[in-house]
Ligand binder design. Structure first.
Ligand SMILES: NC(=O)c1ccc[n+]([C@@H]2O[C@H](COP(=O)([O-])OP(=O)(O)OC[C@H]3O[C@@H](n4cnc5c(N)ncnc54)[C@H](O)[C@@H]3O)[C@@H](O)[C@H]2O)c1
Length: 260
């Protein structure tokens, strides 16, 4: 029960890493606000409750400041306080040349991946102050520090998120607030396929997962649970002296070549 008594908002928790994190947080004793733009968040909350945990679902579009405020208000209404905000929701970018990224696509991805977390952090701050401190977490990407070709908006959006969190870590230590970012490598979630362009676009989730797994040093993709376990640690008091940090959960991809 490493998160006993804590209240956490997790965005994008209707699927993938967000859902896995919401369930792991609840298993560790946290009360969870499941925030997602789709109704799949309701299923996550129901699964947590069926397992004996506490969760509420708030339909949220993180690119809208009023929705971010609503999600914080819902946490306070349901559970009376807020201790952790995990900005995990994001949009992927299909592999394409930067010249093919439309201005509208740039704005849409930035608004969810970078502007949204900024709004959400601002909305959560007064509640953190009232609680005597808090934890900001975010999911960025290995691509934020090792950007690849064909990701001219996704990678910068994630690099910006790291920078934002370093600013918050520096600015808010005085308020007993920590800010850390998880950088997953290729992860077996529904999003994985959505990055693929060209001849990979029409492959099944399973085919994509198998191809990517062969390029990983451990011969498998990162699983959502791998990320959720890292998030539990960073949200917990065990990480009390860790702030402004980035944690790679990439199966060594940044240093170890996989099997070709
Ligand atoms: N899957 C990967 O290979 C990979 C690798 C590195 C980083 N990431 C990052 O991990 C995080 C989680 O992604 P995932 O792989 O679990 O993907 P996913 O597609 O399974 O989950 C993303 C969730 O975000 C929600 N969402 C999208 N737009 C939203 C919005 N405007 N407001 C609220 N919710 C919204 C979706 O409905 C979905 O439930 C993302 O930040 C992603 O960029 C993914």
């Amino acid at each position: 029960m490493r998160l006993q008594g804590k209240v956490a908002i997790i965005t994008g928790s209707g699927s993938g890493m967000g859902r896995a994190s919401a369930k792991r947080f609840a298993e560790e004793g946290a009360k969870v606000v499941v925030a997602d733009i789709t109704d799949a968040g309701g299923e996550t909350a129901s699964e947590i409750e069926a397992a004996g945990g506490e969760a509420v679902f708030v339909k949220t579009d993180v690119s809208k400041p009023e929705d971010c405020q609503r999600m914080v208000d819902a946490a306070l209404k349901a559970f009376g306080k807020l201790n952790v905000l995990y900005n995990n929701a994001a949009l992927p970018q299909k592999e394409k040349s930067f010249t093919d990224v439309s201005n509208e696509e740039w704005d849409r991805i930035m608004s969810v991946n970078l502007r949204g977390p900024f709004f959400a952090c601002k909305a959560a701050y007064p509640a953190f102050l009232r609680a005597g401190g808090g934890v900001y977490l975010a999911t960025a990407s290995l691509g934020a520090i090792m950007p690849r070709a064909m990701s001219a908006v996704y990678s910068p959006s994630k690099a910006g998120l790291i920078c934002l969190y370093k600013v918050l870590a520096s600015e808010l230590a005085k308020d007993n607030i920590r800010a850390n970012v998880i950088l997953p490598g290729p992860t077996a979630s529904p999003m994985l396929k959505q990055f693929m362009g060209g001849d990979r676009e029409n492959m099944s989730d399973e085919e994509i997962k198998n191809i990517v797994a062969k390029s990983m040093a451990f011969g498998r993709c990162v699983e959502p649970l791998d990320v959720a376990n890292a998030a539990v640690f960073l949200a917990s008091d065990e990480a009390g002296m860790i702030s402004g940090e980035t944690l790679l959960v990439d199966g060594g991809r940044s240093v170890a070549r996989g099997r070709d």
